[in-house]
Ligand binder design. Structure first.
Ligand code: TXA
Ligand code: MG
Length: 342
């Protein structure tokens, strides 16, 4: 299949291009497009054949549900009729934005889209191209991150091209993504909202809006390095969180400790590895620059692959900070939980 590159970088001049991309989606095709978090791989969420194609193109396990993207609050009624008051508050305050909420699904939403679950994940992305494309296509758009399953999520259209050229109908070219990590996933089907995947939008921000408590999926916590040895893994509630993820080609190790110690140790180990003939890459974010770290992390991992690095040393961020925790959730997975204290 030839993958079309559709340039809508300047949305004011992109009307024809937008219509072209939307008509591919309406016809059951796969179109990647930018959102504020990462690039998504879109398909008509109400068309099971289209949703099925997403799994094939990404090599994604079929039990891993897709997030459905909408452009208007009114579109929610197509997907669910169970919207708690706290969710309404969150939508009014935080949509469009990097927040995905999970609801009981309507019968009309295909199981192919929800990975066989009776719930559906919904989000309104904060990106002019994404919103315009969803509006123009006239249907809710299922869109996982537009990477091959297991690889770092794409934050530039070039990343999508590297992974999916030849396997999808089109890539809508836009600017690099503003956020850099995927949306916060919040399960609204229980009594207390539960974060299934941490993101740039923090539990504290969510609690402030709803005026009540939010809990973390306990599976997110046992993955903390100090609990890794000897602790049984708990199955996470978001099916996608259990898979091997964000893995660069290189072996990767995380150094955790005081910033200056980490810097020294990183240099020492890097020198040692280089002497042994390894091509070493290092990732070290400024302390307390959590949003910058979120923005850069996936693209740095991809850069390491491009540079044929075979050993990556990364400095841990503080997981006491909620955005730091969100980045660490990805970093731990990409390193296969390989963490050393320094
Ligand atoms: O920022 C994002 O959320 C990006 C952009 C494109 O919007 N999308 C994204 O989708 O990250 P994906 O498919 O890569 O991740 C979706 C996550 C997975 O961990 C999946 O298991 C979980 O959300 N999820 C989706 N529907 C769910 C459901 N009904 N119940 C529990 N978890 C669900
Ligand atoms: Mg993904």
């Amino acid at each position: 299949m030839e993958t079309k590159l559709i340039d809508i970088t300047d949305i004011k001049k992109g009307e024809v291009q937008l219509r072209e991309a939307a008509s591919l989606l309406c016809a059951g095709g796969l179109v990647a497009f930018p959102t504020e978090t990462v690039y998504g791989l879109g398909a008509d969420a109400m068309n099971p054949k289209a949703a099925e194609k997403i799994y094939a193109a990404k090599g994604r396990p079929s039990d891993n549900p897709l997030i459905v993207h909408i452009a208007e609050l009114g579109d929610l009624a197509k997907l669910t009729s169970n919207v708690p008051d706290s969710a309404k508050k969150l939508m009014d305050n935080l949509w469009p934005g990097p927040l995905t909420m999970i609801f009981k699904k309507k019968e009309e939403v295909p199981y192919k889209t929800t990975g066989g679950l009776d719930t559906v994940a919904v989000r309104m992305p904060d990106h002019p191209i994404a919103l315009a494309l969803i509006r123009e296509s006239g249907c809710p758009i299922a869109a996982p991150s537009a990477n091959l399953s297991g690889k770092p999520s794409p934050t530039r259209w070039e990343h999508v091209y590297q992974d999916l050229n030849g396997a999808i109908d089109a890539i809508v070219k836009g600017e690099p993504c503003r956020v850099g990590i995927e949306s916060t996933v919040l399960d609204m089907t229980g009594e207390i909202p539960m974060v299934l995947r941490p993101g740039i939008l923090t539990p504290e921000q969510i609690e402030r809006v709803i005026g009540g408590k939010v809990i973390l999926d306990p599976a997110l916590l046992v993955h903390r390095p100090r609990d890794v040895s000897g602790t049984e893994m708990i199955a996470p509630k978001a099916p996608g969180m259990k898979y091997k993820h964000y893995a660069p080609k290189a072996e990767m190790m995380i150094l955790q400790g005081d910033f200056n110690r980490v810097k020294e140790e990183m240099k020492r180990i890097a020198d040692e590895k280089r002497k042994q003939g390894s091509k070493v890459g290092t990732i070290l974010f400024d302390e307390n620059e959590f949003e910058q770290a979120a923005h850069d992390f996936f693209s740095q991992l991809r850069q390491m692959d491009e540079d044929h690095v075979d050993f990556i040393l990364a400095g841990a961020l503080s997981d006491k900070n909620s955005i730091g925790f969100a980045v660490m959730n990805r970093m731990w997975k990409s390193a296969g939980y390989h963490v050393i204290q320094v």
